[in-house]
Design a protein around this ligand. Structure first.
Ligand code: ATP
Ligand code: MG
Length: 242
């Protein structure tokens, strides 16, 4: 049984604790929701456990599909035990359809299909507002090596293919999403952080309704039933057909 020790970091959505094992972290998923780079904040009952549950389900499936991840275990409703990684300071964003900033930046129709899907990189820095980075900037600032970025691209494409199909099977379109990667002590690149509707844009194919944090960002009603719906659909129809 893993035991948490000191609190290392309180983020916007999770608290990260050390454990008795220096290579293992304890992540507590909290009920805090933020938007607009932290300007808008709220406590949302059950968000932590719903995000932990959705993340657990997807990490397990991606691991089974051969994607290296930081996931170890989920010992209680809000906790995930993970392999400690040195994080690449990058947010890797994948866009399958136009939405959010992409729509305003290029003045295109919302939900225009983006083929091939777009990969974008943002430098993880709250202070700087997570600025966009291209590959040359990543290499010049030594945020990742060319080999690491090649691996990030290839893993990200595989993850996108898996998740697009998985959500499609349950009547949900995966519009865009954000991933984070890190390296383990032995250098292995792993998918880290979380896989939840806080970081995915999801649209119900029947109704066109948002099934993600846009509901909170745009004050479109309570968030908990929406996240519960995503979890229910993924649980009701397992990964067997993917
Ligand atoms: N396996 C891992 N090992 C080490 N750190 C991790 C791992 N997985 C995720 N992290 C980091 O732990 C933190 C999780 O907290 P949270 O998601 O709440 O942060 P945040 O407020 O989004 O802040 P940040 O801007 O740093 O992501 C993030 O900084 C994330 O990059
Ligand atoms: Mg985060």
């Amino acid at each position: 049984m893993v035991k948490k020790t000191t609190l290392l970091y309180t983020g916007k959505a999770k608290q990260v604790f050390a454990t008795e094992d220096p290579d293992v972290l304890w992540m507590a998923y909290t009920n805090q929701a933020t938007a607009l780079n932290g300007e808008k904040k709220a406590q949302i009952d059950h968000k932590g456990e719903l995000n932990r549950a959705i993340s657990t389900l997807l990490f397990k499936e991606l691991s089974a599909a051969g994607i290296p991840t930081h996931y170890i275990d989920s010992p209680d409703a809000t906790t995930m035990i993970v392999k400690k990684a040195t994080m690449l300071p990058l947010e890797v964003v994948v866009r399958n359809y136009a939405s959010g900033h992409f729509v305003t930046k290029f003045n295109v129709k919302p939900m225009m299909k983006l083929d091939p899907p777009i990969h974008e990189y943002y430098y993880k820095s709250d202070e700087l507002g997570d600025p966009f980075m291209n590959e040359a900037q990543i290499f010049a600032l030594h945020e990742a090596t060319p080999e690491q970025l090649r691996e990030v691209r290839s893993l990200t494409d595989r993850i996108n293919a898996y998740l697009t199909k998985r959500f499609n099977e349950v009547g949900i379109t995966l519009v865009d999403f954000k991933l984070e990667y890190g390296t383990l002590k032995d250098g292995t690149l792993v998918l880290a952080d979380e896989l939840s509707p806080d970081n995915f844009r999801l649209v119900d194919q029947q109704t066109g309704a948002s099934l993600d944090k846009d509901v909170f960002r745009q004050n479109r009603g309570p968030l908990t039933p929406v996240y519960q719906e995503v979890l229910n659909r993924l649980q009701e129809k397992g990964a067997a057909h993917v």
